[in-house]
Design a protein around this ligand. Sequence first.
Ligand code: PRP
Ligand code: URA
Length: 215
Amino acid sequence: MGTRHPDFDNAIIFEHPLIQHKLTWMRDQSTGFRPFRALIAQIAGLMVFEVTRNFPTEDVTVTTPMEQTTGKRLSTTITVVPVLRAGLGMAEGILEVMPEARVGHLGMARNEQTLEPTVYLKKLPAAMSEGPVILVDPMLATGGSASEAAALLKQAGAKDLSMICLVAAPEGVRRMNRDHPDVTVHAAAIDRQLDDKGYICPGLGDAGDRMYGTV
Ligand code: PRP
Ligand code: URA
């Protein structure tokens, strides 16, 4: 469903019509927080199909009402880590289709002046080295938050790390490539640029505020 971006080796972009359709509703400033929250979860649920494409499975025997057969089950521990606040909405959509995942939380707030992230919460499952870890945050702007989040997850043991975001700026994708070239960034769009306040243009505004109605 996703394709490698021609200009960014570390990014996979989703040009799927359904994802682009939903993203356009999210960009629209007249879309209120209730549909915004529903849409962010739906898009994340669709994107997770690509991210999990190579996750290992094992054969298991099950008995259907008709006979015994062999099926497949995921054979790895999966960890989803949303960055608060806005990552929570995406995590909800991912857990809807992959309830097997365990969840870690990273609370991070970007300082409006310096654009540097501050970590205010870190609650991660044990043994982060077991299986793939998916970092989730809809907005990849300067990349400061994502880079710090990836570093914290690696410190906690994560080895197989990927990221799902919704809208990225070229600056953020480049920053991730510089700091964490091993982490593939999955995005619905890479937008034109950041403005002088570090907002993505055209973007969709402040994702956390739009999601929770705190604008
Ligand atoms: C937003 C967003 C990212 C960060 C991206 O969160 O969800 O975490 O900004 O910006 P960066 O790439 O320049 O670091 P914010 O700090 O606004 O917190 P919120 O979700 O609580 O509103
Ligand atoms: N955080 C957001 O929520 N939106 C942006 O455009 C940039 C950072």
